[in-house]
Write a protein that binds this ligand. Structure first.
Ligand SMILES: Nc1ncnc2c1ncn2[C@@H]1O[C@H](COP(=O)(O)OP(=O)(O)OP(=O)(O)O)[C@@H](O)[C@H]1O
Ligand SMILES: [Mg+2]
Length: 390
């Protein structure tokens, strides 16, 4: 957004310029004026989209200038900064349509939250109200990481959604390696250590970008627990993530800790991943019991059976009966495609798009996005190159 800054405070000017340029899209300070009178008397030839107005030095007799300023730029959004509350001025500013008032010294989080609101109101960006989907393996190696990472990629690639995957394995998290060969520069623990900086652009800068609309936040890599990670940090991360992503996919390790528990609390849907075998069923049952004791409604938990092969001794029905829950999706056993993908760090949809496991992921994307039949046909056409009438 192109912005006019009104302030005589050079430090504040530099601070707004730095915070603004770090945003996506950036706030560009196109011009500055030293005070309200200067701004009113020297209007800009090109109207700014945003006026950041430091009202600290405004005297009572200058109040009427506030209205003139707002009339000068009727299409602009206004952000008022003030050191001590000046009631008369605030009332005038509110009447003139200036909605965002921030206290100085500037709290960066407050600035970015105000900018988020301004951008949405101005139609510059949209608030997405993203859904949180958790994948958790009932037993080690059930395939939660393989499915969550590849599902995240499929959701971004096939349904055109903006997707964030968060690796919540307390330690030894490896989700990035399943879909990328990039080494993460930042991890979940780094974000928690700098939680005061949390906003959309900071979050984005911490991700491994697998595709333009699919980023992965690597697991906390802090074996000595130097960083004090708190459940409240998860609240902040998910709040920002929901505003800026359509889907937030969680890869939850088998060890549930305070952080991953807080994330699960906020998940819209939890997918326990298990294989059709007795040990998995036993562990699945324990997990569902935990969820029940936490008061999670049963419809929030949706089972996925991975590496499913028809005709085995155990049937899906047996598993559903034993767990008292429905299986919403099965993913076939596809050893070659899965192993190739994992070993090369390339999403299976990209590497073997016609494999049974890739098709199954596409179906899960449909299920989750609840696309209608006509739209889903388009989705399959794109994936498998089928044509009308063909
Ligand atoms: N549908 C499938 N068909 C064949 N192999 C699969 C399938 N899904 C996963 N695998 C294989 O299973 C292995 C283990 O999967 P993954 O690492 O995702 O399990 P996990 O549940 O995340 O385990 P952990 O508990 O260690 O986090 C992977 O290396 C992958 O190759
Ligand atoms: Mg895993």
């Amino acid at each position: 957004m192109k912005a006019l800054m009104i302030s005589s405070d050079a430090l504040l000017h530099a601070e707004i310029a730095a915070q603004g340029s770090a945003r996506m899209p950036p706030v560009q300070l196109m011009a500055s004026r030293s005070c309200l009178r200067d701004a009113v008397e020297r209007p800009l030839p090109e109207a700014p989209q945003l006026v950041v107005f430091d009202a600290s030095g405004v005297t009572p007799d200058e109040g009427e200038l506030v209205e003139r300023l707002s009339k000068q730029y009727p299409g602009a959004s206004f952000m008022l900064l003030t050191r001590e509350p000046q009631h008369d001025l605030l009332i005038r500013a509110m009447r003139a349509g200036m909605r965002e008032v921030l206290q100085l010294p500037l709290a960066h989080r407050a600035f970015h939250e105000a900018m988020d609101r301004i951008e949405v109101a101005a139609g510059v960006s949209e608030m997405r109200d993203g859904k949180v989907l958790a994948f958790i393996s009932c037993k080690g190696g059930s395939g939660a990481t393989f499915l969550s990472t590849n599902f995240g990629y499929a959701l971004a690639a096939l349904a055109d959604k903006k997707v964030l995957l968060i690796d919540l394995h307390g330690q030894f998290g490896d989700a990035t390696l399943y879909v990328s060969d990039q080494k993460p520069a930042m991890t979940l623990s780094d974000i928690c250590a700098q939680i005061g900086r949390m906003d959309a652009s900071f979050l984005d800068s911490c991700l491994v970008h697998v595709a333009s609309n699919f980023g992965v936040l690597a697991a906390a890599d802090d074996p000595n627990h130097v960083v004090d990670m708190k459940p409240e940090h998860m609240d902040i991360i998910l709040r920002v993530a929901r505003q800026h992503y359509d889907f937030i996919v969680l890869d939850v390790g088998r060890q549930i800790d305070a952080i991953s528990l807080r994330a699960l609390d906020q998940a819209d849907i939890i997918h326990p991943v298990l294989q059709l075998a007795l040990p998995d069923i036993r562990d699945g049952r324990r997990l569902l019991d935990i969820f029940r004791s936490l008061g999670y409604p049963s419809e929030r938990t949706r089972l996925i059976v991975n590496r499913y092969e028809k005709g085995g001794k155990l049937r899906l029905m047996d598993l559903e009966q034993a767990l008292g829950a429905d299986v919403v999706h099965t993913v076939p056993n596809d050893y070659l495609s899965a192993t190739d993908s994992v070993n090369q760090g390339i999403p299976v949809l990209q590497l073997s798009r016609s494999s049974t496991v890739a098709r199954s992921l596409a179906e899960l994307v449909e299920l989750v996005t609840a696309r209608r039949v006509s739209e889903s046909k388009g989705l399959f056409d794109r994936l498998f190159g089928r044509h009308e009438g063909g």
